[in-house]
Design a protein around this ligand. Structure first.
Ligand SMILES: Cc1cc2nc3c(=O)[nH]c(=O)nc-3n(C[C@H](O)[C@H](O)[C@H](O)COP(=O)(O)OP(=O)(O)OC[C@H]3O[C@@H](n4cnc5c(N)ncnc54)[C@H](O)[C@@H]3O)c2cc1C
Length: 320
């Protein structure tokens, strides 16, 4: 005959069982977008639509002592955005621009916003202005990164002499373990400011970010094919000549002696604001798909076609 205490404990376990079993049996799996090497089992996938919901998830997890993980677009390939059996928060619905001060160039947005929406929003808002603001830098090679993921990885762009993204962050708000919102800047909670930027989500959840924009500039692209050995000297030269951005895209043909040695060296120099924007040659969606196919089937041809295209854009002008 069970004692009263044993009876209550057994009854409580039965009451909890559906939730415990549901969590373990549901087996929700997540993974990063590119490498797909980080398949992780999570307890629940949560997609807050408002910042209040975001805070409530943290408070509720804290009360229950449950681990949290937070992800943006899941591009990082080291599984930093997941934790086994955690409540995994997908921030991508938190994507509103909160304010844009066209006098100071400060723009505040929710952390789940992706670069294309942020950029379109400030460009649309300034369509009538002759002098416009723009971001100083973002990652290259892809656009669909969240601001929160970018801040947490302290990303770099193509700026030849720029410090990483931290140099463009004015402030942010962070949700701590109690669900409290903490404003962090160089003047307020400075230690958290330095830790959370590049902190991979370990110091709290980034809720909103205020970026300092820079004046948009007209730029000319200058393209050459160079050898990797010459790169340090060539980059030094371009920096001394006041080029603003640049990159090197090397040969991907592993059968060639040029593999990872020769590459397309492109840099961007500021030009007079009265010069026209002439960027006639650009790759269309079909061209990109063709290049992708060649990257799997014929890398020599892929690099030749890509470098020929890039060389043909030498001298074209663009807005930063
Ligand atoms: C094709 C490609 C090109 C790239 N190019 C560059 C480049 O040029 N320069 C560069 O520096 N990097 C580059 N990267 C790396 C990329 O910038 C980072 O992986 C970036 O973090 C991805 O953003 P995301 O929105 O996908 O974040 P996720 O991968 O989802 O998350 C990244 C990290 O941020 C944390 N995080 C996300 N949101 C929040 C939040 N709201 N609060 C707290 N923490 C959060 C996550 O927990 C995780 O630790 C590139 C990656 C790819 C795949």
């Amino acid at each position: 005959m069970p004692t009263r205490r044993e009876f209550i404990r057994t009854a409580a376990l039965f009451a909890l069982a559906p939730r415990i079993l549901a969590a373990s049996e549901r087996k929700i799996w997540v993974n990063d977008v590119h490498s797909q090497l980080n398949r992780t089992r999570i307890r629940e996938l949560l997609r807050p639509r408002t910042r209040d919901e975001f805070v409530e998830i943290v408070r509720s997890a804290s009360r229950q002592g449950l681990p949290i993980s937070v992800s943006g677009c899941r591009h990082s390939m080291g599984a930093q955005q997941f934790a086994t059996d955690s409540l995994c928060i997908d921030t991508r619905s938190l994507d509103r621009v909160i304010s844009f001060d066209q006098e100071s160039g400060l723009i505040e947005a929710e952390a789940g916003i992706q670069w294309p929406k942020l950029i379109h929003t400030y460009l649309d808002a300034q369509a009538h202005r002759e002098k416009q603001w723009g971001i100083a830098q973002k990652q290259t090679g892809a656009d669909t990164f969240t601001l929160g993921g970018s801040l947490s990885s302290n990303v770099h762009g193509r700026g030849l002499a720029m410090k990483p993204l931290i140099s463009n962050i004015e402030s942010f708000t962070l949700i701590n373990v109690d669900g409290k919102s903490i404003r962090c800047s160089r003047h307020e909670n400075n230690e958290l400011f330095r830790l959370a930027i590049g902190g991979y989500g370990l110091f709290g959840l980034i809720d909103t970010v205020t970026l300092r924009l820079v004046p948009r500039q007209k730029l000319r692209r200058v393209v050459e094919i160079v050898h990797a050995n010459d790169l340090p000297r060539r980059f030094e030269e371009r920096i001394a000549q006041k080029f603003l951005y640049g990159d090197f895209q090397f040969s991907v043909d592993e059968k060639s002696s040029d593999f990872l040695q020769r590459g397309v060296f492109s840099c961007y120099e500021p030009i007079d604001e009265h010069e026209p924007i002439v960027a006639k040659r650009e790759l269309r969606d079909d061209d990109w798909l063709d290049l992708l196919r060649l990257a799997y089937t014929d890398r020599e041809k892929a690099f030749k076609r890509y470098s020929d295209y890039y060389l043909s854009t030498n001298g074209q002008t663009y807005w930063s």
